[in-house]
Write a protein that binds this ligand. Sequence first.
Ligand SMILES: [Zn+2]
Length: 1164
Amino acid sequence: MKSCGVSLATAAAAAAAFGDEEKKMAAGKASGESEEASPSLTAEEREALGGLDSRLFGFVRFHEDGARTKALLGKAVRCYESLILKAEGKVESDFFCQLGHFNLLLEDYPKALSAYQRYYSLQSDYWKNAAFLYGLGLVYFHYNAFQWAIKAFQEVLYVDPSFCRAKEIHLRLGLMFKVNTDYESSLKHFQLALVDCNPCTLSNAEIQFHIAHLYETQRKYHSAKEAYEQLLQTENLSAQVKATVLQQLGWMHHTVDLLGDKTTKESYAIQYLQKSLEADPNSGQSWYFLGRCYSSIGKVQDAFISYRQSIDKSEASADTWCSIGVLYQQQNQPMDALQAYICAVQLDHGHAAAWMDLGTLYESCNQPQDAIKCYLNATRSKSCSNTSALAARIKYLQAQLCNLPQGSLQNKTKLLPSIEEAWSLPIPAELTSRQGAMNTAQQNTSDNWSGGPAVSHPPVQQQAHSWCLTPQKLQHLEQLRANRNNLNPAQKLMLEQLESQFVLMQQHQMRQTGAAQVRSTGILNGPIADSSLPTNSVSGQQPQLALTRVPSVSQPAVRPACPGQPLANGPFSAGHIPCSTPRTLGSTDTILIGNNHITGSGSNGNVPYLQRNALILPHNRTNLTSSAEEPWKNQLSNSTQNLGKNGLSNSSILLDKCPPPRPPSSPYPPLPKDKLNPPTPSIYLENKRDAFFPPLHQFCTNPNNPVTVIRGLAGALKLDLGLFSTKTLVEANNEHMVEVRTQLLQPADENWDPTGTKKIWHCESNRSHTTIAKYAQYQASSFQESLREENEKRSHHKDYSDSESTSSDNSGRRRKGPFKTIKFGTNIDLSDDKKWKLQLHELTKLPAFVRVVSAGNLLSHVGHTILGMNTVQLYMKVPGSRTPGHQENNNFCSVNINIGPGDCEWFVVPEGYWGVLNDFCEKNNLNFLMGSWWPNLEDLYEANVPVYRFIQRPGDLVWINAGTVHWVQAIGWCNNIAWNVGPLTACQYKLAVERYEWNKLQSVKSIVPMVHLSWNMARNIKVSDPKLFEMIKYCLLRTLKQCQTLREALIAAGKEIIWHGRTKEEPAHYCSICEVEVFDLLFVTNESNSQKTYIVHCQDCARKTSGNLENFVVLEQYKMEDLMQVYDQFTLVSKINLPLHYHPPHLDTVPWTLHMRPFLLFRK
Ligand SMILES: [Zn+2]
């Protein structure tokens, strides 16, 4: 029983607020018109409806007492629609929102979407309505419009972190990020779902299953195995989950080499699968897997029996038939093999593996013409993984045929019927004896068996589906979707799996448009070789290869969007008929909605309120930043007297009059193409006086200069860069730890996939660790090796005086990969001033505004170390070492000095374009904040994004201004040092706070604790810039309000607040669950409090694990009076009174252990 009384009550209470409103409105509108024909709702019914909104989705049980609710909802929809019709659509916006909810609960998605759209178009502050955003997210989710569903759900949690369906949201975010291959985010959300003890539509066991499967998908097989096995220990584990877990374990043991030697693995695999079948004897998939296991250890009879069971128990699957074919082929029964393969390709015309196997079979029987036809069909399928090898094979066979004397083939007796004949052969008795497998959904396919060529039974509609998922699976999916609210946990799990498989497939289909090559995951099959293909030995290596195919469960099958349909010539059609998935709004349709063209009126039925020109959706890009200026002003109050409870439920420190943060749209008007390679702002220094010249500081921090290169800085200041040379570093601390990133050596400014076939954004960069001494050795030997190669090349040139064509050949080959791997020594921590005394001292010679520690640097006011931000980091490079694209943590500025001897090349995009880059990352399924990406310069040029590009020579300092996006690669062998600074400017503070909020929305930790920092700034700094002052003051006001409100609420609820105070230089706190900054009131578990480990939670996470907070103590770190005093005393000073009394903290005496995650130059 999932439906919970608690949430019903909550929903009712929340809905009461606008329930009244709606009654008034409904009554008002209705009374003005003739009421006769329209159905009306009784007061009782209205009251009941007041408690129904999107939050009940998945919790209304229509088949139990829910039947009454369903009837009520149906009636309500009719009433509302007729009212809207009478009022000619002129009703209040909430009316549409409610109607959206009712339709959502009735699972009438097109109508729900329509109504929500109307609400959105009428209600400018729609984003304050969490139930609306949640309902909209569910609709998007239903249509697999994941990017939008993600946005809607993230906004719900942003505007209401304590939303009663937070668990459901985290679960769905986890699923969607999993499908989008953003595994880090997926794991985080699954874990956040697990922590929450509220109900959701999956059990915790099922969520744990998804976590285990997430590991498996990432090829973290040991973690996956451990997680699956742990899950099996769960008490009262449902049979279906148990069966699925055992099935995964079994198949993993069969396919993954890492899990032991072959014999042991196979024996485990068989045991797991047998146990899985004990838990669920009707799983055709498990029988199929078992067959594959038996087949691989040569137990042919057992394999046949298992395959037959599979076909009896579930839908006929092309994979199964293909495997049966392989088995027959191994047994030297070519005719049986032929018929099995034909079964496979009739079920799935695009089954490349079956076509290839069939081709090989024909070749082995000396029927090259038939073989060619089969291979051609295989290459037409987009799931074909080795098109080029096949093409070569086809060419080879064709050439052989040409060389044969005319008619020599015709005269031979054929061992096998031709492919055309085979296609229309009656089904062999042995195969037809399947029971129950061919159910109604499959009638068309069965007809194909009983005779006649495929053309006489054109199964077009059905086949359009079967290309992707089998029709049976799709039908199953539809059935599950239709009964979404009444599924048992096992069915829900199945539904989720099918959904994600379906979506994955659609996504691939989208990506496969055009000439893009498909590299299907892990599918090794059929004749791979070129001319070395086995031509006559059936029992050769081919069948073994065929058996290594990975079926669709662990790696959901990717099938082409639309390969050729079987037409007049049987399977050999060149015609391509566009496939469609009429019943679901797939990804393609989604894009259409995004541009506000909903196609056709069909999906909206006869909904009267839909106005065509009002088709706008909240999750289109809207530029909201322009309105962001206003609320900074006007909302300040000089005292805390009027602190009320009017604050929003969320804890935004940014603004309370603005919607959740959104990335900015591309600046308008777009720059002309000839302005896309602007010159880099550069300053040449000649002497020390130049370096300390005040306008230099202003130039660098001017928002119009995204980057500044200060040339010759080291020379002008006589800095001893030798202190950072590899030689000195080794002498100073040879055992010091170096993080290593293993990367591909890419050509110049491009980024190719590992095979060198296409340019991609994803930038491979695997992490490991070593020491300075070892990296130094690598750096030196890489240099030596390059010298040697250079010499060899030179002598080679002399000896053979190569022609131009050869050298261009070489470069062409290099581009195509495979690429050499290189190692980049990164994020080397130089914070320890005992270990790095000389080095750090040398840097105090720098002008104040670029110094690691200075009174004018915001990061010096944080009061504790943030590794790599207010401490120095070192980078050791060989040519090609890449720092992927990023903005600095919380948009702070950064300083980077090249030590040399080699150069670095920089690419820089102004802050205003980060939304465009964020979009590109989204399109490439990369996480903009945490992912590793290298922009494709052609894409940027297309999108009118300006890119600054320059070389940083030894001794040059690069200043990256606030929010600037940048990526860097080493040209030569060199070391760099870098850190962050925060100039005291309105621009820096604003961008830092905006990123703080965006991070919160994205569930990413803000490395700079902006609330803590703002209070420190108020204590330490006098500000004369009115804009900066207002923003800081506003942040103080907001957090003060929040602390006070929370405090009062806790006291009112009888919760004791324990004074804890702060030790000097204690770091800021973050929630150990969701990583949001926690200020002043810390929620610490009783256990952790008594152990004095003080593991901090935010209020929302504390309440999710313990609704009434009984497991938590609340520790208070500041006295309200003190905070108020700081607030009051923080006043704007006039410029004349400057320079001011700064109170810089003494960073050199800071002893804290570091609780911060080190600054991540490379995102995971
Ligand atoms: Zn939290």
